[in-house]
Design a protein around this ligand. Structure first.
Ligand code: ZN
Length: 61
């Protein structure tokens, strides 16, 4: 990585809804510092996924 590298807002395409969304420079630096790959889904598509994880606390059995 070059020293003094900086990020600029990038436009990515969501694999779920096909819409383009903004990947901010702040997020990019966070992703790169964590060694993560660029996000594939927009925030709108990522949110419901987290919600579905929190279903009603029904316990089977
Ligand atoms: Zn989406």
């Amino acid at each position: 990585m070059e020293e003094g590298q900086y990020f600029v807002d990038a436009t990515l395409v969501c694999v779920d809804c096909g819409r383009s969304f903004q990947w901010t420079c702040g997020e990019q630096s966070y992703f790169f510092s964590k060694g993560l790959r660029p996000p594939k889904r927009c925030l709108e598509c990522r949110e419901p996924r987290r919600r579905t994880l929190r279903k009603s606390p029904e316990v089977s059995g």
